[in-house]
Design a protein around this ligand. Structure first.
Ligand code: ZN
Length: 425
């Protein structure tokens, strides 16, 4: 009996000690920023490091969130080097991965700027970058040891720009912090930028579940001036000298508005505590882009600008997939139909029990016909994820499909609520 007790105590004590360790044991104030190039072709990806930086304020929750349950086509994991304990993990979807599914990626190599941020560690850490392969399994493509006392970590002052709090509700570590950056606004147009930011914020909080959770969001509008108004529209030979180098015609799709100049984007947000970035482009054109867990880009003045803003933020904030399947895209076979996609609002029915069955009436047929009888019901409707066959979405229409409905479908709403919870609790 005594021998068992000793053994029991021997194993239990270290377990309790490690279980008690929390955020403050591993991290100090500030942010560790790791910039790199993500490059390759359709069938391989490579990470090339560029710089390491200390940024002043962490806007995320101050607790350990490493549950292995991440959204995105990529993920990074930070491990305490000495104990190999995972202390931070985040999924994300880089523009590079989308490009890998285009025809161009079969012919040539390209490189995309990418930035990783996590709370500044107290001790040496291991940074691992993984991508989801075609079978949906994470594979490591890069591992590096990062030493917080390394004097090559740049500690320069961040850029400070005039900033208006569009909405301030409380401590950034307990709120969802969203930074809107002015793009294609000249200095004398900053009054317009603030008004545009206020209008789009108001639109966001007019739809559920953002409306019910308005008090959980801080919204900042950062007045970063550009030399010229507007943005690049290469297909019409229009070019503007703007701070973040945003452009339409990404992958030669007219409405696809993005920026690959993430160095500039992150440099101008660095002084603020934030969880999510939005580049607001001063343009009357239709279009935008949204990337899981780091960025969305949208325009200010098109008649549908508010709806596009909310749609793109759905991609960024909750990792929602596109439920549409009739618009032109540059992707080829974007989803592998023999596995379940990670996006919470899409299914291939390969493993539907992991998805939204609990939100459906048991009498609703699977698949669900797109008939008036089921128009406003949660079901499993064929079509979504850019294809008419093999990918299914939760409602006949949703904010992630067309710009027509008043709200997100219940499945998207649930995913957004979960993302709010993750940022605030
Ligand atoms: Zn939806």
């Amino acid at each position: 009996m005594l021998r068992y007790l000793v053994l029991f105590t021997f194993y239990l004590v270290p377990m309790i000690l490690s279980a008690q360790k929390g955020f403050d044991d591993y991290f100090t104030t500030g942010v560790f920023r790791f910039d790199y190039l993500l490059s390759g072709k359709n069938n391989y990806a490579r990470v090339t490091p560029l710089q390491q930086k200390l940024e002043p304020v962490w806007g995320g929750v101050q607790k350990l969130q490493v549950d292995g349950n991440v959204l995105g086509n990529y993920r990074f994991t930070v491990k305490d080097l000495a104990s190999q304990t995972p202390v931070f993990q985040q999924g994300f979807s880089p523009l590079f991965q989308e490009w890998q599914t285009t025809a161009e990626a079969r012919a040539i190599e390209r490189a995309f700027y990418q930035v990783i941020r996590f709370p500044f560690p107290k001790n040496k850490v291991l940074l691992e970058i993984d991508f989801r392969n075609r079978d949906g399994i994470f594979e490591n493509i890069y591992t590096v040891i990062l030493d917080p006392v390394n004097y090559f970590i740049t500690k320069e002052l961040p850029n400070f720009s005039d900033c208006v709090m569009v909405q301030q509700t409380g401590d950034p570590s307990e709120k969802v912090d969203v930074v809107l950056l002015a793009e294609g606004y000249r200095k004398e147009e900053m009054g317009k930028f603030v008004k545009d930011a206020e209008r789009l914020t108001k639109a966001l909080f007019s739809v559920e579940p953002f409306a019910a959770n308005k008090s959980k969001f801080n919204i900042y509008a950062v007045q970063t001036p550009s030399v010229e108004s507007g943005t690049d529209i290469p297909g019409r030979n229009i070019y503007a000298n703007t701070l973040y180098n945003s452009t339409f015609y990404t992958f030669d799709i007219a409405r696809y508005l993005t920026t690959t100049d993430l160095k500039s984007v992150y440099d101008h947000a660095a002084a603020l505590p934030y969880d999510y970035l939005i580049v607001l482009v001063n343009s009357p054109e239709y279009g935008g882009g949204g990337f899981c867990n780091y960025l969305s880009v949208c325009t200010s003045d098109h008649a549908l600008a508010e709806k596009v803003f909310i749609h793109e933020f759905g991609h960024e904030f909750a990792g929602l997939g596109d439920e549409y399947y009739t618009s032109e895209v540059a992707y080829e076979n974007y989803y592998n139909l023999s596995i379940e996609p990670w996006e919470p609002n899409l299914t291939t029915l390969v493993d539907f029990k992991t998805k939204w069955g609990a939100l459906m009436d048991p009498s609703t047929p699977v698949p669900t016909p797109r008939t008036p009888e089921f128009a406003n019901k949660t079901g499993v409707f064929e079509g979504g994820g850019y294809v008419a066959r093999g990918v299914f979405s939760p409602m006949d229409d949703c904010r992630m499909k067309s710009n027509k409905p008043d709200s997100f479908c219940p499945v998207c709403q649930q995913a957004i609520s979960k993302a709010i919870q993750r940022c605030t609790e």
